[in-house]
Design a protein around this ligand. Structure first.
Ligand code: PBG
Length: 325
């Protein structure tokens, strides 16, 4: 036998000498849910160990995460039903607790990078990402609202705008609005290939943002398709996106790889709520070992081509990484 691949695996030093993929805590983006209640940490039953945090809770969680090596956060608002309307107008009101929260976080931690979510669903009585009329999700009518939301977020101090709505033309509209308001330094991470996935369920529980009627299939992508991902990537690049994102991640590793091979832009992957919940449930049952299965899951996304990963595991991964150093 001339070739024995096992020679390259014979001990830990050799294995780590030729290790191809490294995932650092600074590659991770940590999603946080901000509420305006007086409950510091409110559990979410379908997302174990993830909480709806009020301002005090968020500041503590960010402090602990920075300590562990996390530098970037994405913030989602838990909007009370009474603030919701058909057009999501609360999203750009100046006294909005989400925008105030952004200001406060930047005051306390000027060094962190903060990403936002731009879409109507958390603010909308219909629970859709765009305006709904007669059961139809309106594209062009939604764009000006997305722009207002993005400009308000930039004004509050957001570093990266995250349009997650999948309306056509939103990246360009948002880019132009930001530039007109002299926020040309504010980045856009576009949810480029966002699929109409069953894996967003726990997130919608967290924000109580599930669609009241119908589904999101007229704007989010068909899980069967790859060519559309390339088309969306081409458009987002042309419209001025700084990063392209694939979402979900674990069930779409091929799409992450495809975009990585076809773009010079950094690729992000969103390890979504259902993927997190699935692993946590298996570990809670003793069927999988958390400290091994969790890093392996995240590593697969990096290996597929993701430069950065949005994940609810971020803080745990960073703490584990520190422990193993
Ligand atoms: C809102 C949005 C969703 C997620 C991120 N932004 C839900 C959806 O599109 O219905 C899902 C994230 C997750 O499941 O972790 N547009």
């Amino acid at each position: 036998m001339l070739n024995r691949p096992r020679r390259n695996r014979k001990n830990d030093a050799i294995r780590s000498m030729i290790e191809e993929t490294v995932l650092r805590p600074s590659n991770l983006i940590y999603p946080l849910f901000l509420s305006n209640t007086n409950i510091e940490k409110e559990p979410i039953s379908s997302l174990p160990d993830v909480y709806r945090l009020n301002m005090d809770g968020i500041l503590k969680e960010i402090e602990e995460s920075i300590e562990a090596g996390i530098k970037t956060f994405i913030l989602f608002p838990v909007i009370p039903e009474s603030f919701k309307d058909k057009t999501g107008s609360y999203s750009y009101q100046d006294d909005n607790f989400y925008l105030q929260g952004i200001r406060k976080i930047k005051e306390h931690f000027p060094g962190v990078v903060l990403m936002s979510d731009v879409a109507l669903d958390p603010y909308s009585t219909d629970g859709h990402d765009g305006i709904v009329r007669n059961g139809e999700i309106l594209n062009d009518e939604t764009l000006p609202i997305l722009s207002k939301m993005a400009v308000a977020q930039a004004q509050a101090g957001i570093d990266i705008i995250g349009p997650s709505d999948m309306m056509d033309g939103r990246v360009r509209t948002i880019r132009e609005a930001l530039d007109v308001h002299q926020y040309e330094h504010v980045s856009i991470m576009s949810y480029t290939a966002k699929y109409a996935s069953a894996f967003y369920g726990p997130f919608r529980d967290a924000l109580d943002s599930a669609p009241k009627a119908g589904d999101k299939k007229t704007y989010q992508m068909n899980p069967a398709n790859k060519n559309e991902a390339l088309r969306e990537a081409e458009l987002d690049e042309a419209e001025g996106a700084d990063f392209l994102m694939v979402k979900p991640a674990l069930a779409y590793l091929d799409v992450i790889h495809l975009l990585k091979e076809n773009s010079y832009l950094p690729i992000a992957a969103y390890n979504v709520s259902g993927e997190y919940a699935m692993l946590k449930a298996a570990c809670a049952n003793g069927w999988l070992e958390y400290e091994k299965a969790m890093p392996e899951m995240l590593l697969s996304m990096k290996r597929a081509g993701a430069d950065s990963i949005l994940t609810y595991f971020a803080k745990d991964y960073a703490q584990l990484y520190k422990k193993l150093l």
